[in-house]
Structures are given as C-alpha cells and as structure tokens.
Design a protein around this ligand. Sequence first.
Ligand code: ADP
Length: 565
Amino acid sequence: MTTETAQSAGATSTGASTITGARLLARCLKQQGVDFIFGVVGFPITDFAVDAQREGIRYIGMRNEQAASYAAQAAGYLTGRPQGCAVVSGPGVIHALAGLANAKSNLWPMILIGGASAIAQNGMGAFQEENQVLAAYPLSKYAHAIERADRIPYYVEQAVRATIYGRPGPAYLDLPDDVFTAEVDESAIRYAPVVPDPPRSAAPAENIEAALKTLKSAENPLVIVGKGMAWARAEDEVRDFIERTQLPFLATPMGKGVVPDEHPLSVGAARTLALQQADVIVLLGARLNWILHFGLEPRYRKDVRVIQLDIAAEEIGTNVPAEVALVGDGKAIVGQLNAALEQAPWQYPVETTWRSQLQQKIDANALVSAELTADRSTPMNYYVALQAVQDAMPRDTIIVSEGASTMDIGRTILMNHSARTRLDAGSYGTMGVGMGFAIAASVVNPGMRIVAVEGDAAFGFSGMELETMARYNLPITTVIINNNGIGGGLTELPKNRQSPPSVLLPGARYEKIAEAFGARGYYVTEPDDLPGVLAEANSGEGPTIVNVAIATQARRKPQQFGWHT
Ligand code: ADP
C-alpha cells in the first residue's frame, strides 16, 4: 500500500472533522480499558504518546524498552486488563521483544505497540525498517500489522480480547508511520464494542464430584496454589476451600499471598518434603514445569495422583497424567468445589501422620533459619539481610524480587498476605524485570511504598530506571543485596583485571545512582545498622536505594535438592 492509499483509506474529502491514526489508536486503547502506557518515544511514536495523554491514558516515559515492556505486563497482571507499551521502530521493537517473551512465558497480558517505518517505504531500506510482526509473532498470542487507519478499532479489540481470554498473554500491534499520520473522518469511524472481562467457565458437575472423591481417598494430600489463581482473582474461593477442607497447601512463588503465607496450614517451609511425599495433589492454576520440578521423581512420588484445575485444556496432563481434570476458570471452579462441600462437608482429619511429619520438618527448618538469622558477623549473610527487609516491610505492599539466591531465599523469608503482591523473575526466569515491575506496581497503586529486593546483578540490567522513579517521584525502595557478582564475586579484583566471569565490581556503590537523581541512597555494611536504615528508606517520599553489602560467598542453607534440579 502507498502512503496515498493508507491515507485515503481513512480520509474523506467532505471537509468533515478528522483525527489521525495515532489519536484514534490512543482513543480505542483507552475505551478498551488501557489506562497505562509505558514507553520510550522517538520516531514515529512521539505524537502517539502525546495523544495517549490527551485521551486520558497515563503515559510513563521509561529509559529502556525492555524495562517498559516488563512494566506493561506487570501492570496488566495487577489490573486485570492489558496495559500498553509503546516503542519506536526497529531497535525499539527488538528491545521490547524481551518483554513479549517474558509475558508469553508468564501468561500475562500486555499490548506492545511498535512504531514502524512507512508502508510506502517497505523493502526500500527505510530508517529502522524491520519485519517486526514476524519477529513478534512467535512471542505473542496475537500479532498483526495495522495497514489502514480506519481499521484501528477492529485490531485493538482483537488484541485486547486475545490478551485476556482463555490463557492470558501478550499481543503485538505494528503501526507504520503512514498509518499513524493518516487522517480519518471521525463520523465514519466504526468503534468496536468494549471487550467484557473474560467469561468464567465452570466444570461439569461430575468432575467436581470426581475431584472430591479422589481427594477423600488421599492419605497425604497437598494443595498447590499457582499464579493462575492470582490472575483469576480466586483468592476468596481458595481461602474458603482451604478453611473448609483444612488441607495443607503450598504456593508457587507468585501464587504466594492468594492464601496468606503465614496461614497455619501453609507448608511452604517444608516444600521439599510436601512435594516428595504427597499422594494426591490438587494443582490449582500452576504448571508442572521447572518451577514445580515437572511433577516427576525424585521430587515427587512415582504414583502421585493429580487433580488439575486449569483454564487451558491443553495444559491438562502435561508431564504427569491428571486423574481428574477441572478445565475452566479458577474462581468459578473452586467456587463449585466449595458449593459441593457446603452440601456435603468434608475435612482432612486434624490428627494424621502426614500433618505431624510436615510440622516436624517446618520446625526443623525454622531452627536452621533462626541460627543463620542470628549470625551478627560482618559481612552479613542473606538470611540476616532479608530478615531485616521482612521486618521493615510495610504490611500492605507489593514485593518485587529477583536475583538468584536473593530471590530463592527471599521467597521463604519475605511474606505475602494478599494475592498479586509478589512480582519476580517468573516462569521465564528473567533477570532484569525488577525495576520495570516496581514502576508498574507503583503507578497502579498510587501512594503505596513498593519494595524491590534485587540481587546486584539483577539490578544492573535496569538501574537507570531510577531516573524514571525519581522523575515521577515514585515511592519505591530498592534494596540491593550486594555480593559483588552473579552468584557471588570477589572482595578485590585481581591486579590484571582478568576476573572470573561471575565477578562484578567489588564494593560498587549503587546507592549513589539514587543520589544522582536527587533521591536518597544508603550503604549498609553492619547488620545492626540495617533495621534503622530500612525504616528510614521505607518512609517519606520518592525512591530510595539501600545497598547492602553481604558476604561475597554467602550461600543458601544446604538443600536436599538444588532449585534447578
Ligand atoms: P506458577 O508459576 O505459579 O506455577 P504458571 O504460570 O506455571 O503458575 O501456571 C499458571 C496456570 O494457570 C497456567 O497453566 C494457566 O493456564 C492457568 N490459568 C490462567 N488463568 C486461569 C484462570 N482464570 N483459571 C484457571 N487457571 C488459569
């Protein structure tokens, strides 16, 4: 299509009032519930970002497209509607693909809007020309170029629906420059209907019955709560189900908080034993992927029986055949289980060997952790640093967490009380998501102090987003658990500077990045100073960085199995 045809597709010669494709896109996104767009402006999307502001969308200008695309998906997960990311053509889109991949793996909604060179210049070697739809396609649930401005409402509706119906995921829309600038006759625009929130599909009654029958036959039952239940807003139903049945449960990393971590029936602190010895698992909105060790031996019993609830029928039976499949929406189906239990109440008995085995393990693990937390030596270990972060944590906050040991150990120490209050490296194991996630959490929850707990290596991916946080005066505390490297570094660089690959600059003063932007930075080396500094950093306005020097060779307490086995 030529520039002329792209423009004539929407324009008329009647002298009627017209709007540009860019403005129409902003309007359609707003109508469909896109309230936030994160991006980095430049050719050809600067005017679009301004139009988005005019249409009442909050535009957050970031420093790197990767971070912007991470922010958009976290905002989508938190709000329940896809939020937007707008990036320039070519390199901008390529950088943002990282976010699409992460959203596709995490099953989070977002819409990436990629500016593109003019259709009229396709194939000519245009400025930043790239076949962006092709690049985005394998990483998206829906990817399309908008070839005519008057079709914008249609494509936006398609993209929004794809992101939140069925299994959530990302969408990509390609916006060539000549479509952005095309004038559309306002009176001729056919707006698409607003996409309603996804329908909540229930399971057949016989499957509910079968699930409860299997459950009642269990000796060592275990409920696993995944982030699918957080996305489904099923927290009331899952809590009710746990209370009614008195079943022991554990949460996946981002399933934490659907039922509070501190609930007496939580066996998160005996995770390995619980997974290994359970004979019936009620798998609620979680995949048996690497995070759950595939559901296979030696991490599980060979004969483990699975009751699997998932919105995606194709997920049922992945890695382990499901004895009972509950296909549909988590909120609806756990509601059905509760209704059946209301009719015919059943509880897992109070006194069982299984319960006491789990409790013994929880108590033993608590002793080891308490010992590590009590160690006041300098430099600190992870447990001392993270326990201080937990003690200083505002109760109603969102915890962002990434890094290797920082995240794994943090998972057991940092407590979540509500659903969707933990954002971490997730299903894709992506490092570098933290700053974008924290910014998203903050703009979606104005006034809430967000706490991002970052390994020093993870922080390095997007440290410049401190400028974004400072510019918008976002109350975000970034705690950097600094061991001088990727999985631990050195206290000093070798004279010839030929360090092992995992080494980062010893004693790097990351908190000074905050100071560069007029924000507060703190450097802590002594365990006894940490509580006071964290309390200060968590109060007042704006972003803060607390750079905590820990032992370069600090480790996790010995595990029966490594996390990745
Ligand atoms: P986790 O990382 O917590 O284990 P996963 O992302 O691996 O969680 O799995 C989440 C699962 O939840 C996915 O298989 C997804 O299809 C499912 N899911 C997503 N939305 C819903 C919903 N509304 N109801 C039920 N299951 C859902």
